[in-house]
Write a protein that binds this ligand. Structure first.
Ligand SMILES: [Zn+2]
Length: 81
């Protein structure tokens, strides 16, 4: 079974079998985040969407949620050159 040393909970656990979001970020999540932490984010994101009344059809709202996700999962943007 494929595992990952999770960057959020610091445990070696099973990772996701496929990227949960599109693009490079999805690949990063598979490589660095365990399935359990992703599950926690899914619950948290549902709460945030309700709490802030986020509309995922709105790109500014999607951006806000994406920033919250990176913070939650301890993913950092690559330093700009
Ligand atoms: Zn984890």
């Amino acid at each position: 079974m494929a595992t990952v040393e999770c960057g959020r909970c610091d445990e070696t656990k099973e990772h996701l079998t496929e990227p949960p979001v599109g693009g490079e970020l999805g690949d990063t999540i598979v490589q660095r985040i365990c399935a359990d932490c992703w599950g926690e984010w899914r619950e948290t994101s549902a709460r945030l969407i309700n709490h802030y009344g986020l509309n995922l059809g709105d790109s500014a709202h999607r951006q806000k949620l994406r920033s919250a996700m990176k913070e939650f999962l301890k993913l950092e943007d690559k330093p700009k050159e």
